[in-house]
Design a protein around this ligand. Structure first.
Ligand code: G6P
Length: 610
């Protein structure tokens, strides 16, 4: 969603800020803007559209020698995408500029009050009230004006603010929406996420809720919402800036699909002992009694992370024999969920910033459940809310449609299930040893699937004009079908629906004809024969069938239009490999349709609002 970058240093501010904004593009946006202080005046440029189309406005025609400024990419919530609604937003006399992420819940009331006092608003946004509030609280002390303004604000915010009369500082502060400060040499940064500044510095301070900073060229002072100073420690971010580049691939999504073998190695790295049949998840922080006491597990997540959770349900129920429920975070938080101290809640999130997932965790904690996070982004908000963690080590994921984070989530869930199953004596060491061995060869097997990219591209060119797709899977691979359909609709805008293959005859079979391609996951498993029978029902109705099958399966060939063969793996690992051709298929369909694969319309990478 929205992105913020602030810069103060010795380089041209609008170059650095524009560069940072391009690195935030992946979050999804519809407009952008930059404000700088130059020779005692504030200059602001903003417009709708992609950065490449408004570069001239923001940089080339914005000749400025300024080395302090803020920038923002906006994803519309309050007010349509427009130049007026784009950030930064100013006060009545444009002496203050604010870039804001989050939502000001009481903005209507504040706007009315400020309007009655004579403030003139130029936009339809909630964010603009912040600039006017700071203006009306300004008595010469910039930081204090921001703090006093925020006393009136309800909602979530991460803000970076500049003031014409204070050309040597950026004031920033956060509540609920993430914000970081980056430390350079004679230059410092503010950003909503590390990818914006990775190319300049990896020394980062993560602000906690209600913490802020006055960022100057030569130093930073941290404070909290009461105005008291706070000590903050910088951490070295281990994400490599090169990991956030395309590295020769035409899109981030394709690069991230091809990174998946390495991502699995990273997720597993150092966490297994094949000799002893043991899994070590150090940040888990669950004690033996916690694990024995658990009577039920509830997984909460959104989007692709939710489908990873659905696979987690099958994994944990099979390997740990504890009942598992997987719930959409947005549903869980509002349905008075039945969780208590004997429930383990697992929250899964790539970004660790998804508003509904964070709210679900708070709900679970208020009901005394232990909460475990399966997270990619280090130091994200979720990592601070949970009792224990399993980092998935996928590295920065830039493509809006999640691929490598999904694979890493599945790998982490497999490790977790094996570990819990062993501790609860459901699994013996031999079984765990065998699965560790299989997990370790999985990356090579996935490399073989990736080599089939030309075949999958060919298939995509046949089906790129389809109007609708049905995805079918059973058991462990029902969630794979859900995730495959999600990938297709997210980036190619083709309607795709996934069904448990056995359920097809209860409705979607009515849709089957020669215009409705069916993508079926029918690799060898306990439910192979059952799935085959379901596919015969498709065949009997002239449906065109693409089947994801295990290498050497001759039975299925005569009844399908196309097959994609995958190396044989055991049931529990099959979702990790089976989704790969579905990711590639969605990618190629979208690319062949000429669509913006990495930033599909209307979508945001990290959904930080409800
Ligand atoms: C958005 C993204 C999805 C992602 C979901 C959950 O909808 O577009 O790709 O799966 O949020 O995000 P999270 O960061 O919590 O995994």
């Amino acid at each position: 969603m929205c992105g913020i970058i602030g810069y103060i240093g010795n380089k041209p501010a609008n170059d650095v800020i524009f560069d940072g904004l391009t690195r935030l593009e992946y979050r999804g946006y519809d407009s952008a803007g930059i404000a700088v202080i130059d020779e005692g005046a504030i200059h602001v440029r903003k417009d709708i559209g992609k950065l490449r189309n408004i570069r001239r406005l923001l940089v080339d025609d914005f000749a400025s020698s300024s080395s302090i400024g803020i920038g923002h990419t906006r994803w519309a919530t309050h007010g349509r995408p427009s130049a007026f609604n784009a950030h930064p937003h100013g006060d009545c006399i444009s002496s203050i500029m604010v870039a804001h992420n989050g939502i000001i819940e009481n903005f209507m009331k504040l706007k009315k009050r400020l309007s009655d006092e004579g403030h003139e608003f130029k936009s339809e946004t909630d964010s603009e009230v912040l600039a006017h509030l700071i203006e009306s609280n300004y008595r010469g002390d910039f930081r204090q004006a921001v703090l006093d303004a925020l006393k009136h604000v309800e909602g979530a915010y991460a803000i970076a603010v500049i003031h014409q009369k204070h050309p040597d500082e950026i004031v920033c502060i956060r509540k609920e929406s993430p914000l970081i400060v980056g430390l350079g040499i004679e230059e410092n940064f503010v950003a909503s996420d590390v990818t914006a500044i990775l190319q300049y510095t990896r020394q980062v301070v993560y602000l906690d809720n209600f913490e802020g900073a006055v960022v100057r060229r030569d130093g930073i002072s941290f404070f909290n919402i009461t105005g008291a100073s706070v000590e903050k420690k910088a951490v070295q971010v281990d994400w490599n800036p090169v990991a956030a580049e395309k590295g020769g691939f035409s899109h981030f999504m394709l690069k991230e699909i091809f990174e998946q073998p390495q991502v699995i190695r990273n997720t597993i790295g150092g966490r297994t002992s094949e000799e002893e049949g043991k899994i070590y998840l150090e940040e888990l922080k669950l004690t033996g009694p916690d694990i024995y006491r658990t009577q039920r597990i509830v997984i909460v997540a959104c989007g692709t992370a939710y489908y990873a959770g659905c696979v987690g349900k099958y994994l944990i129920e099979k390997l740990v024999q504890i009942p598992v429920e997987c719930d959409l975070a947005s549903e869980f938080r509002y349905r008075s969920p039945l969780v208590d101290a004997n429930t383990l809640v697992i929250a899964i999130s790539q970004s660790g910033e998804t508003a509904d997932t964070l709210a679900a965790v708070k709900e679970a904690k208020s009901r005394k459940a232990k909460v475990l996070g399966i997270v990619n982004a280090k130091e994200s908000s979720l990592t601070r809310e949970v009792d224990g963690l399993v980092y998935i080590h996928a590295g920065p994921e830039i493509g809006v449609a999640s691929t490598k984070a999904y694979i890493a989530m599945l790998t982490a869930l497999t490790l977790l299930a094996l570990m819990l199953g062993k501790i609860r004596s459901v699994l013996n060491s031999e079984f765990v040893k065998e699965k560790i061995k299989e997990l370790k060869i999985l990356p090579q097997q996935i490399e073989r699937v990736l080599e089939k990219h030309d075949q999958i591209r060919e298939l995509a060119s046949i089906y790129k004009h389809a109007r609708s797709f049905l995805y079918l899977g059973r058991g462990f691979n029902y969630p794979t079908a859900l995730e495959g359909a999600l990938k297709l609709k997210e980036i190619s805008y083709i309607h795709a629906e996934a069904y448990a293959a056995g359920e097809m005859k209860h409705g979607p079979i009515a849709l089957i004809d020669d215009q409705m391609p069916v993508m079926a996951i029918v690799t060898q498993s306990d439910v192979y024969d059952k799935t085959l029978s379901n596919l015969k029902e498709v065949q009997a109705r002239s449906g065109c069938l693409i089947a994801i099958v295990t290498e050497g399966d001759s039975e299925i060939r005569h009844m399908t239009d196309h097959v994609i063969e995958l190396p044989a793996v055991s049931d529990i690992l099959s979702p990790i490999i089976n989704v790969i051709p579905l990711q590639l298929f969605a990618y190629f369909v979208a690319d062949l349709r000429g669509l913006d694969v990495d930033q599909p319309r209307n979508l945001a990478k990290s959904v930080t609002v409800e």
